[in-house]
Design a protein around this ligand. Sequence first.
Ligand SMILES: Nc1ncnc2c1ncn2[C@@H]1O[C@H](COP(=O)(O)OP(=O)(O)OP(=O)(O)O)[C@@H](O)[C@H]1O
Ligand SMILES: [Mg+2]
Length: 756
Amino acid sequence: MSIYDTLNPEQKKAVLHDKGPLLILAGAGSGKTRVLTYRIAYLIEHRNVNPWNILAITFTNKAANEMRERVDKIVGAGAENIWVSTFHSTCVRILRRFIDRLGYDRNFTIYDTDDQKTLMRDVCKYLDIDTKRIPEKSILNAISKAKDELISPEEFEKRAGHDYTQRKYAAAYMEYQRRLKASNALDFDDLIFKTVELFMNDKEALTYYQNRFRYIMVDEYQDTNTAQFKLIHLLASGINEYGEREYNICVVGDDDQSIYKFRGANIYNILNFEQAFPNAKVIKLEQNYRSTKNILNAANEVIANNKGRKQKTLWTDNEEGEPVSFTLFESDFEEADRITSEIKRVVESKQASYNDFAILYRTNAQSRIFEEKLVLKNIPYKIIGALNFYARKEIKDILAYLKTIVNGKDDISVKRIINVPRRGIGLATIDKVNDYAVLNDISFYEALVRARQIPGLERTASKIEPFVSLIEGLRSSINSDSYDLTGIIDDILNATGYLKELEEEGTQEAEERIDNIYELKNKLVSYVETAEIPTLNGFLEEVSLVSDIDSMDESKDNIVLMTLHSAKGLEFPYVYICGMEEGTFPGYMAINAENPEEEIEEERRLCYVGITRAQKRLSLSAAKFRMFRGEMHYNKPSRFIHEIPRHLLKITSPDKKTVYKFADDDFSKESGQTSAYHLSQTHYKPFVTPEPKNFGGSNLGTIDYGIGDTVKHVKFGTGIVTNIVAGGKDYEVTVDFPRFGVKKLMASFANLTKVD
Ligand SMILES: Nc1ncnc2c1ncn2[C@@H]1O[C@H](COP(=O)(O)OP(=O)(O)OP(=O)(O)O)[C@@H](O)[C@H]1O
Ligand SMILES: [Mg+2]
């Protein structure tokens, strides 16, 4: 029996489909991702397709790795040549090869949200835009939306007509793009936009990739935007050796799981697939393999309330399972407390392990209370999307040095570090350099190189010169063949005096900054160890493309907590969806939107995504009282709970002793207005958890060591753990290293390993 015999007839049809466009449109858990994976394996194994000719696009890097591993298991050698990656990583690779044809250097920098904001602030200043009236963020949003729709600055201006505000936006977009290009930098949306631009303008580059990617697969197709669609359409329109367009494109998606409209996802990409790709074959998968009957029925009932959808019937052969449970808690604190206790009880009774559980919520902010409870109860957990290491000042500083070394045109990075550590270069000097750069149409860094020629800088030029020679020195080191890339961070720290300044500061905060920088070095070391050809640019790229979900590690036994958005495509035996209240989920923004029907439908799809993550047991909950933006709110249970027929729901009281009786009022279904109202805090006292302090034990969070254990650190060697404290988002582990003294480290980045 071959592995393909495990597929049902429709899945098999999709896997064995020969050539030409194929759309697999199917509900959650019906094996779409599995079909894509098997199809890749099948093409290699049975159709002699060269792995090199396959491009598979997934939604996260993590999903890409999983897909590659699975194919690897099936076909053995060769799978490493399949190009499996996200849209963004795909585009970076293409642009690194060909972007010079658009007038950029190949060593371009990728700007993150923070860099974008800094740049936009400069743009607004330059254009005299009153950011109180038109906030930078709203301009950036408009630009992002335009890029998703492939609208260029020129086109944007045309469309703005005589509208004053729109003209301001257009001017900002134009200037923002001009500066990005001058900085040899691309923002995230540019990665796709510029690749499309490249392909539209450069036949040779397009043909190269059309010939290379003879088979294209796209997972989670429902969340592609217009620019992404154009990209794959271009790639899939190659002409084969017989002069035909084969359109060997296979996409899988579920219109009911489209949850990224706010990021430009265009549902028409699915609905119009058959028009866009002539002779497309459409296969529907209707059997769900993931969930119990009760869970699947609940999902079907909820999503049936959406009007604008393709009718689908999803059924399962799986057992009926337990009813879906719904619990109405008094407060968000009680909700977190009870749920975490319940999970602990199940795990301690050996019915499941922690990594069988996921807690899902609508917004990241909801994770905090859970985290407090988990820490208090010594339950190992991992929060996806909560800790932003790369947003820390010291990390951004060091990265800015690295970026400057790679790409001197990156003005934002150069300006960030020109006076860090302090070199006596003040704002007045920076302004003069900047003016000179603008006037002469050169980069800020090039202007620094010519400091002596800048009028009014005769005296400060002597302060600028050492900076320039520092960068030049570092640049020539990394270009020498014998240079060990892992030493670059130390070289920066020493040459700039950055380390010395922090050491002299002597505060605990400075200590932590030093430690964080060394964690960045750890990341660099492991990058150098694993990359095929390690380069500084490659490292920066890896850092800028990490997504939160990539850090999830199933091999670790911890509960995962994440937003419903992050959970797309994943599955867990036990799922908790909390905060199912009007105003929380659906959120108040959707309820009060200009077009609430549409927004509520998007929230409902998100609910459908959430419910269908569960395999065995689904627990829904709401809290009557929830703290929101510092105020206590009373909320009614979500309309989505109301949409699940009562016979599928087991409504329990928090203490599980009596079945909770709803007052009819608890489920009033008025839509279009929020039912939340304020209660002053004196009316209601939540039960407050004491601040977590010091913890020992060997089973804390994602770490497997406790106080008194010996651990190993890449830089500091072995030491003894003397303290572990739960911080806001991570554990702070104090370790006494015989050679380096006592260090406080962030657990999630220190990569400490227990030594037996
Ligand atoms: N023919 C099959 N036999 C047994 N198990 C299957 C079969 N097809 C799929 N599965 C299993 O069902 C689960 C769901 O499959 P998969 O993740 O591919 O679904 P999906 O349609 O991609 O879901 P989602 O819409 O959530 O992305 C997986 O555990 C998968 O291994
Ligand atoms: Mg999937």
